[in-house]
Design a protein around this ligand. Structure first.
Ligand code: PMP
Length: 347
């Protein structure tokens, strides 16, 4: 038997994640991964690395609970929100038997984590307005243990209607978890559904320091949920998921000063988003969809051609699965200006 044959059948058929860098993208402007352009500075005390970290460092849990306005027992920290997705599927879905349900166009990791865990995925597309198709979801809930929905949604950028999330929670009570992925909610914090945690014990909210907090490289995310759910997730998480330096940096980001800086940077990015939206919106044949996160989904007449030309010229964007659409992360003003000017020159 070859090594490849030793691997699980599902795994043999998978392709590793291909980042734009791995695909050979080269250039000065990277607006493909919804990263923050701000490279903030942190101090690091490297003493004590001979010891394992705590599984759930209490000071980090307390700091995020305070930031999010929830109780510490309602918080789990993990290696990015991506690990949160993985843990939820691992803990709640029986392989080859249960299903998740997700609503494309949306974030790719729900389907990928289901696949790598041998869990079925039911696909119920969003409506043409990119909202939840509640009737179709209701008709597809058999065997579903977890429903994933994303708000603001990646890649479309819109917020889900709160009333629809409540209807979804009502129809899944005692049947399935509802996971609302709020990775980008810090760009519009007033729209979080975290207040619904008190009413719906099957609601789970995903958060991250990767976006508004400008710490994509840190790999630090949070799952907010009823303490019963957190306790179940703790059964499947790795013993030491959060490295000591991660906690140290995350605590600085979540300090009063760190939060103030984040707020300032979020406002700056929102201004750049408005600049990009206005500039692109003036171009003939271009449609810019309203976005509530740090990216915009933009429709062109020939997205493939434009995307490739930009790529060849060192401006790396993200080709979206939405027809003729490109997702543009909001960078600093210089990056936005150069990208807009280049696109203008191509049309
Ligand atoms: N959810 C959404 C909607 C995302 O776009 C991303 C990152 N691209 C994540 C979750 C994962 O974030 P993290 O870096 O915390 O793993």
């Amino acid at each position: 038997m070859t090594i490849a044959q030793l691997a699980r059948k599902t795994v043999r058929e998978l392709t590793p994640y291909q980042s734009a860098r791995r695909l050979g993208g080269k250039g000065d402007i990277w607006l493909n991964a919804n990263e923050s352009p701000f490279a903030n500075e942190y101090t690091l005390n490297l003493a004590g690395l001979n010891r394992y970290s705590e599984c759930q460092p209490p000071e980090l849990i307390n700091a995020y609970a305070d930031y999010a306005g929830v109780e510490p027992q309602q918080v789990l920290t993990s290696r990015g929100a991506d690990e949160g997705i993985e843990l939820i599927i691992k803990a709640f879905c029986e392989p080859k038997c249960d299903s998740i349900l997700y609503c494309p166009p949306t974030y790719g990791m729900y389907a990928i984590s289901a696949e790598t865990n041998d869990v079925n995925a039911k696909v119920v597309p969003l409506t043409p307005e990119w909202q939840l198709d509640l009737n179709a979801i209701a008709n597809n809930l058999e065997s579903v243990k977890v429903v994933f929905a994303c708000s603001p949604n990646n890649p479309t950028g819109n917020l889900l209607i709160r009333k629809d999330i409540i209807t979804l929670l009502e129809m899944t009570t005692d049947k399935a978890l509802v996971v609302i992925d709020e990775a980008y909610i810090d760009f519009s914090l007033q729209d979080s559904v975290k207040d619904l945690l008190a009413t719906y014990p099957h609601l789970v909210i995903l958060r991250t320091l990767s976006k508004a907090f400008a710490l994509a490289g840190l790999r630090c995310g949070f799952t907010l949920a009823n303490s019963d759910i957190i306790e179940i997730l703790l059964k499947v998480i790795a013993p030491y998921p959060v490295p000591v330096p991660v906690t140290e940096i995350a605590l600085q980001a979540l300090s009063i000063a760190g939060r103030a800086r984040t707020k300032f940077q979020v406002l700056d990015l929102c201004a750049n988003r408005a600049y990009l939206q206005a500039g692109l919106g003036m171009l003939a044949g271009v449609t810019v969809f309203d976005g509530y996160a740090n990216y915009l989904l933009v429709k062109f007449t020939d997205a493939d051609k434009l995307f490739n030309t930009l790529w060849d010229n060192g401006i790396i964007l993200r080709r979206s699965p939405v027809e003729n659409c490109i997702r543009i992360s909001v960078g600093n003003r210089d990056e936005c200006e150069k990208t807009l000017a280049f696109i203008r020159g191509q049309l």
